[in-house]
Design a protein around this ligand. Structure first.
Ligand code: SAH
Length: 363
């Protein structure tokens, strides 16, 4: 057995010990252990992104994604009178690709470039190193943070791509008109298994039928509250991009992915990615409760196309060979086509009250 497999087995044993001592744990606790355990957590130690990793995100598909996000942020800054100082923040920046693409676009606006300080909110050590390398060519001030709490004052221009889906969810199951919480315990052979325990949602939805699963993500609320209150008070805006649903609904969306394939969420803890759909209505409610404006959500395909994805691909492909043009066309399809990332992924913008920037004002 190699050393890695041995430590991961030790991690499974630790989780079993916790369950034997404390009783079954809920899905949120399981996700928190598996993703964020300081020594064994999936995002703490590894470099899960990219073709060689477990999954590919939009910024890893094409530079056009980050360029459009960057142009959106610069436009929003101009609409607010181009403040002389701003915090350019990314939550969960992965390999740093998105921020690097934003900073390349930012060079086109010397005022924006001169005003910005980069703040990366990241808890993973290997990913932090990758981000430092990706941003090394840019001379602007850069800081890394464990959470939003340590960001300096000032307007906040923030982006989070596939960040919220990695925050833990709780799952509740409707049982003859009342609720129970989905838990993870041990079966007779000592293997991890799903079960039910006491627990009910904070905001239980109407119309649940027996067996329906409802998910809540308590960890998203303090993050939404912090960024929205800041944007309402000091200006700026946030673009939150993720896969999920626009309206709250029922369904078990907990998903494990390893090497680009679906995996068993109870097997190999700490070695597989665990995510669940983002409830955009819950994020929008939190933004509005904190005094900010919520715009959208809008499907990623529509957002990118309205902001000129096809034109950008046309420009990048101009004068290039057939193969490169074909690759650009494939990227546009991957990012925007309904059967690819175009519909499942959605974009929610958080802005100061009353400010509805493009392309959201057309809806
Ligand atoms: N935004 C990137 C990466 C998405 S993967 C991209 O689009 O390619 C999720 C990212 O969120 C990783 O960088 C992971 O380490 C980070 N992350 C997960 N949970 C976090 C938390 N609680 N605090 C800060 N970062 C977190």
């Amino acid at each position: 057995m190699d050393a890695m497999a041995e430590t991961q087995d030790a991690f499974a044993d630790t989780l079993k010990k916790i369950i034997r001592t404390n009783g079954p744990m809920n899905i949120a606790a399981w996700m928190a252990h598996c993703l964020a355990d300081p020594r064994h957590g999936y995002y703490r130690t590894g470099e899960p992104l990219g073709a060689a990793g477990d999954f590919v995100t939009a910024p890893e598909v094409s530079q056009m994604f980050g360029e459009i996000v960057g142009a959106w942020l610069i436009d929003l800054w101009q609409r607010q009178g181009s403040p002389k100082r701003l915090n350019l923040v990314e939550l969960g920046p992965g390999r740093g690709t998105l921020m690097a693409d934003i900073l390349r676009v930012a060079k086109l606006d010397p005022g924006f470039s001169a005003a910005l300080n980069v703040h990366m909110v990241e808890t993973g050590t290997a990913l932090k190193k990758a981000q430092e390398a990706a941003l090394a060519p840019f001379s602007c001030a850069k800081e890394w943070h464990d959470s939003l709490a340590s960001l300096p004052d000032g307007p906040l221009y923030l982006v989070a791509n596939e960040f919220f889906d990695a925050l833990p969810v709780r799952q509740f199951v409707c049982q003859d008109g009342s609720w129970a919480e989905r838990m993870i315990g041990l079966d007779a052979e000592g293997k991890f298994t799903f079960g039910l325990g006491p627990g009910r949602p904070q905001k239980a939805p109407e119309g649940a039928a027996h067996g329906d699963v409802f998910e809540e993500r308590p960890a998203a609320l303090p993050v939404m509250d912090a960024l929205s209150a800041r944007i309402a008070k000091e200006g700026g805006g946030a673009l939150l991009i993720d896969y999920g649903h626009a309206e709250p609904g029922f369904g078990d969306t907990l998903q494990a992915v390893s090497r680009h394939e679906f995996a068993d969420p109870l097997k190999n803890p700490g070695e597989v990615d665990l995510t669940a759909h983002v409830d955009f209505a819950a994020l929008a409610d939190a933004a509005v409760s904190a005094g900010a404006q919520a715009c959208g959500p809008m499907c990623q395909g529509e957002f990118l196309l309205r902001l000129g994805l096809t034109e950008r691909a046309g420009r990048l492909g101009f004068g290039r060979g057939e193969e490169e043009q074909e690759a650009l066309r494939a990227d546009v399809i991957r990012l925007a086509a309904p059967e690819e990332m175009g519909t499942l992924f959605k974009v929610l913008a958080v802005t100061p009250p009353g400010l509805v920037p493009p392309p959201f004002e057309e809806t």
